[in-house]
Design a protein around this ligand. Structure first.
Ligand code: 0X9
Ligand code: ZN
Ligand code: ZN
Length: 305
């Protein structure tokens, strides 16, 4: 079977997505929400029990930033755990009965392929920029949330380049179009990054706090303490601006501002010993503890959104 404790390249992940659908047709479906700049498909797995009535939905993306390899490993782990524990784990069963999980395992598919073939530390997309040989835009500076103000660069050579305009990257506009088209059902948004062991929520583009700040703070506290219960991994949590840094154009802030009141960014292991080069031996513990946090958030959203 598929080895979830190894990192996989895009071709392997792409084949895995088809297999998991073929093996679980009653629980999983595959939608192509667009194509990357270089023409690779942007593939969304939807996991949930089919229902006659309109279900709530939970949107989770992985691999905004190419070098954050633990991120797609987690999206794959989540889908594997969902299909393999539905019907036996009471929490997962009620989650999948009540909600659809839209999982975008590799958002930045061109960057991810490039991080395997050419540059392990690549971050941005792979679209060219006029007037320079510098390639790529930071997709997490490319959304309509204080776009290209603080913590983003208008220089195409910068790692935090915001792009020529809001949603200049086709990966950004494809994801945003999908979310806009399902906005009445999507109640939660989680973007999975690494590293630094943080659970972040809006805002990053301003120090202002959103209306349900206290609720996000208390839900985050519950989620990180449940996560810590497994292997004693310590997470910090709070609004992005006060917990990590000011940054504009993030997808989490955009999702919040279009009405998804439970919007988070997870920064997975570690805190810098290995950083982006997290050893494969840590895939299992990282994914198991992250599952705990996601299930806490999803249960809360299912009950309260
Ligand atoms: O800066 C980012 O995009 C994220 N950190 S990373 O090291 N993975 O690049 C943090 C994102 C937090 N949310 C926003 N900045 N909106
Ligand atoms: Zn990132
Ligand atoms: Zn497990």
């Amino acid at each position: 079977g598929y080895n979830y404790e190894k990192y996989h390249n895009w071709d392997e992940i792409s084949a895995w997505q088809s297999s998991i659908v073929a093996e679980n047709p009653d629980l999983v479906s595959l939608t192509r929400i667009g194509s990357s700049y270089q023409g690779r498909p942007l593939l969304l797995l939807t996991v949930g029990k089919k229902s006659q009535t309109q279900k709530k939905a939970f949107f989770m993306d992985c691999t905004f930033h190419a070098r954050e390899w633990i991120s797609p490993a987690f999206c794959q782990w989540f889908v594997k755990e969902a299909v393999s524990t539905y019907g036996s784990d009471a929490t997962m069963t009620s989650l999948l009965d009540g909600m659809d999980f839209h999982i975008l395992t590799v958002f930045n598919v061109d960057g991810y392929a490039y991080s395997w073939s050419n540059d392990r530390m690549w971050r941005k997309t792979r679209s060219p920029n006029a007037g320079t040989s510098c390639i790529g835009t930071d997709p997490n500076r490319n959304f309509d949330a204080g776009w290209c103000t603080g913590g983003a660069s208008s220089s195409p050579c910068a790692e935090t380049y915001c792009g020529t305009r809001i949603e200049s990257e086709v990966e950004s506009s494809s994801m945003a179009d999908f979310i806009r088209s399902r906005i009445s059902s999507i109640k939660a948004y989680v973007s999975v990054h690494s590293y630094s062991q943080m659970l972040l929520f809006p805002y990053a583009y301003t120090y202002a706090l959103p209306p349900n700040h206290a609720e996000l703070q208390s839900l985050s506290k519950t989620a990180v303490s449940a996560l810590q219960g497994l292997y004693n991994t310590r997470y910090t949590y709070g609004s992005s601006a006060t917990t990590i840094y000011i940054a504009s154009g993030g997808s989490d802030d955009w999702a919040y501002d279009v009405g998804i009141k439970y919007s988070f960014t997870l920064e997975l292991r570690d805190t810098g010993r290995y950083g982006f080069l997290l050893p494969e031996s840590q895939i299992r513990p990282t994914c198991e503890e992250t599952m705990v946090a996601i299930k806490v958030i999803a249960e809360y959203v299912l009950a309260n959104a």
